[in-house]
Ligand binder design. Structure first.
Ligand SMILES: [Ca+2]
Ligand SMILES: [Ca+2]
Length: 506
């Protein structure tokens, strides 16, 4: 590794107070800046979206390796974030819903930032890393894991504290799980994500004075999660509503799908008109550009403070997001738009600049990758692969697939008799060419899409005789892959009664 040796040039009172495990004064270990956006899909310039204005994230892509096919393990905040930050699939964390934390299921497991803490790093969190109810948990610790961090900062801006009465929502008064938006007259600095960037500058300024102790700084932006609240000027102006695209031919597309594929549709979305759809797309893009500007502030601070040459930067999102594709909005589907995430890694001295890795990768791979790059020991049971070789040589084939799962159905409680558990899983496997999906092990339907000819996943080939051999091959691979998502005893850990769990909101 080619990490620039850094020298301690000063000790602030702030860091002196929290420096409990300072490393050797000439530590060559790299810092980590872990940036994550919430509910962000790949509507980014660097991923080929010509409408998106995301100059800061695009600049990061030019400095590092862009993963073209990166996927979450579960397209919902809580399960995805617990999985990413433990390095375990949801079937091994036992976290398959929001408002839970892995300390309730596998309390002794070390999280990614905790492994860095144990190695002597200063680990800090600003904003949303584990699950938060957005917007109601903004300004609190949400469903956080205190053992992961030495410092937690939870600012709240006008979007949380003042503007909720003005927000338009498909279900009036409901903002977090419902399509909702507002073009705010207030500027970047007044919004929560603007405060996140300001706090990140504040922490980085102090870290820069203590170069003998490396840091792991995680910054979790809330936008573009609903409600899509962002400054009207300039961001909404960049995306005139009447120029926003609408997805056509939805009924024709849906004709060849199993019902479970559309299970994330919400009936309130029946109220969407074309005018509302265009406003929704406008506000989503505006929120992305606002968040991009805050990413730029944080990354610029690294440069200004002389930290850039010795800091690994990760940028990702917790899962993808629909803007009308297949008639779907938001998350919780197993289509490409919902399972796919942006993933950029800048690894100075290791990663190629401006390179693109094509092999499918997973959020699962971040934990072992960062451990490998920083020489930090992680737990032995991590389920992902290190991407270090792919950073140096982006054509490295790697595992060759990424697996995403989601839940469908519910426990039905009849007026008389016992409850009936109607829940089942959908699993989808992405290879360089194919997406293959099974709902309830195929009992509730299958899907096969050929990305070589059908990148929008419009033509389900699963039941076409000419693709039968491909289905057999991919089904076998899917079943093998699914086995790797469980712990060695094959049992998904259950929530244990009596284990401490934060109930900080609602
Ligand atoms: Ca999310
Ligand atoms: Ca279709």
């Amino acid at each position: 590794m080619n990490w620039k040796t850094s020298v301690s040039i000063g000790i602030s009172l702030f860091l002196a107070a929290i420096a409990s495990a300072a490393s050797a004064a000439d530590s060559p270990r790299p810092n980590v800046l872990f940036l994550i956006s919430d509910d962000l899909n790949n509507f980014l310039g660097c991923y080929g979206d010509s409408r998106a204005k995301t100059p800061n994230i695009d600049k990061l892509a030019a400095r590092g390796v862009r993963f073209e096919r990166a996927y979450c393990t579960f397209p919902l905040c809580g399960p995805s974030r617990n999985s990413m930050l433990t390095g375990l699939y949801p079937n091994s964390t036992g976290i398959l819903a929001n408002a839970q934390i892995f300390r309730q299921t596998i309390p002794a497991h070390a999280s990614l930032p905790q492994a860095f803490r144990r190695a002597g790093y200063f680990a800090a969190r600003i904003g949303k890393l584990y699950h938060y109810n957005v917007p109601n948990s903004v300004g609190t610790n949400g469903h956080d894991d205190p053992a992961s961090w030495e410092l937690e900062l939870n600012p709240a801006g006008v979007d949380r504290l003042e503007e909720q009465p003005h927000i338009f929502s498909l279900r009036p008064g409901s903002f977090g799980g419902t399509l909702s938006w507002y073009a705010s007259p207030r500027g970047d600095a007044d919004h929560t994500d603007g405060l996140h960037a300001a706090d990140a500058e504040w922490v980085l300024e102090r870290c820069a004075r203590r170069k003998d102790r490396p840091f792991f700084l995680a910054v979790g932006f809330f936008r573009p999660h609903t409600p899509y609240v962002a400054p009207k000027v300039p961001y909404f102006g960049w995306y005139p509503a009447d120029e926003m695209p609408l997805v056509e031919n939805v009924k024709e597309d849906q004709a060849d799908m199993p019902a479970a594929a559309l299970g994330s549709y919400k009936t309130e979305q029946d109220a969407l008109t074309d005018e509302l759809r265009r406003q929704c797309v406008q506000a989503y893009y505006a929120s992305i550009s606002f968040m991009d500007a805050q990413v730029g502030r944080v990354v610029d601070a690294l440069q200004r403070l002389g930290l850039a040459d010795n800091t690994i930067i990760v940028f990702t999102s917790d899962h993808g997001y629909h803007m009308g594709e297949h008639g779907l909005w938001q998350k919780m589907s197993l289509f490409e738009e919902s399972a796919r995430v942006p993933l950029l890694i800048v690894a100075p001295g290791v990663g190629r600049e401006g390179a693109v890795a094509q092999s499918p990768v997973s959020h699962l791979d971040l934990y072992p990758t960062l451990c490998a790059l920083a020489g930090v020991a992680g737990p032995a049971n991590l389920q992902g692969q290190s991407l270090a070789a792919m950073l140096a040589e982006p054509d490295t084939p790697g595992r060759g697939w990424a697996l995403t799962q989601v839940t469908r159905g519910a426990v039905v409680r009849p007026r008389q008799g016992d409850p009936v558990d109607k829940r089942f899983f959908g699993y989808t496997l992405r290879t360089p060419r194919w997406r293959f999906t099974e709902w309830d092990e195929g009992r509730q339907g299958r899907e096969l899409y050929d990305h070589d000819s059908d990148p929008r996943e419009l033509d389900n080939l699963a039941e076409k005789p000419e693709h039968a051999a491909t289905v057999v091959e991919l089904a076998a691979l899917l079943h093998e892959a699914t086995k790797t998502t469980f712990p060695p005893d094959g049992q998904t850990p259950a929530i244990q009664e009596g284990l401490w769990a934060p109930v900080l909101v609602e």
